[in-house]
Design a protein around this ligand. Structure first.
Ligand SMILES: [Fe+2]
Length: 297
């Protein structure tokens, strides 16, 4: 029993006001009452928060919280990492309280991406009300969504998630870039034990912000379209037009967050409830349609 889902992400940002108006007005997440001048907590469901944006001197990804479903699974996972010689830092009482979990350890994957491995299922106890009128984000046992990490140790990083954290292959592709290597750049999409097609993907793409993108899912195409309208109206950079991915069938667009990485905003991603019957795919063409990229500046 490995990691079930993505619990949360933490981000360092220079401009929390920009994040607040983007998070609330465009994404449709709700800033919580615990937010202050140094920290912005955004919630999208019954969890107390899913995004923690911390004021700092740069715009950069800090860490992803990966969640085990039970204390037993967490202990098993931590033991596996320890036996493999992965350097672990136990979360202290203040950190555990801040994350509102029951237990946590911190480590890095071989690509240097920071992870917080947690267990505990905090419930806010008050209903989530989207300030932008989003009816629902698709979360629960699917988790927050997914993250795509850069790595310069591609195979080693894949093995870390698969052999130590219980992930499995969902799909792999090689992305050809005009000035890129002849064999393309590897992209590996891996599922946790929850039904989401991929919770973590790793790629040989570099990323100055430490994260290629994160994804949130809403319940229908109208919610995606409305988010696109809000983004355009707010002058947010649209990194990719609407499209449907070949592998997870997500219909989505991508927009630039105030921290420089993208958020994929989509619906209709496939769910797999019995991974033992799933055969990983190798995708030759990334999209069934759409997803025209504008990397901007
Ligand atoms: Fe994605």
């Amino acid at each position: 029993m490995g990691v079930r889902s993505l619990a949360y992400i933490r981000i360092e940002a220079q401009d929390l006001d920009a994040w607040r108006s983007f998070g609330e007005g465009v994404v449709g997440a709700a800033a919580t009452a615990e937010s202050d001048a140094d920290t912005l907590f955004l919630r999208i469901d019954d969890r107390p928060w899913r995004f923690c944006i911390e004021k700092g001197s740069r715009d950069h990804f800090i860490a992803a919280g990966l969640e085990f479903p039970t204390e037993e699974a967490f202990r098993e996972g931590v033991a596996k990492l320890r036996n493999a010689g992965v350097e672990l830092t136990d979360g202290d009482a203040a950190t555990i309280k801040h994350r509102q979990v029951k237990g946590m350890v911190m480590c890095q994957d071989p690509g240097g991406n920071h992870l917080e491995l947690v267990w505990g299922n905090p419930v806010a106890g008050t209903p989530f009300v989207s300030p932008a009128g989003v009816s629902q984000f698709v979360t629960a046992d699917m988790g927050l969504g997914h993250v795509v990490f850069p790595t310069d140790k591609y195979e080693e990083t894949r093995s870390f998630y698969k052999d130590l954290l219980g992930f499995g292959d969902s799909d792999e592709m090689r992305v050809m870039l005009p000035d890129g290597p002849e064999q393309g750049l590897g992209m590996s999409f891996m599922h946790a034990t929850g039904p989401r097609h991929h919770t973590v993907a790793v790629t040989e793409f570099p990323s100055p912000t430490g994260l290629i993108h994160t994804m949130v899912e809403v319940s229908n195409i109208d919610e995606v379209g409305l988010a696109l309208d809000r983004a355009v109206k707010a002058g947010v950079h649209i990194s990719s037009s609407l499209g449907r991915h070949t592998n997870d069938k997500m219909i989505s667009f991508y927009m630039r967050t105030p921290s420089g990485f993208d958020i994929e905003y989509g619906c209709d991603g496939i769910q797999t409830h019995d991974w033992s019957r799933y055969t990983p795919t190798v995708t030759a063409k990334e999209d069934l349609w759409g997803h025209t990229w504008d990397f901007g500046n």
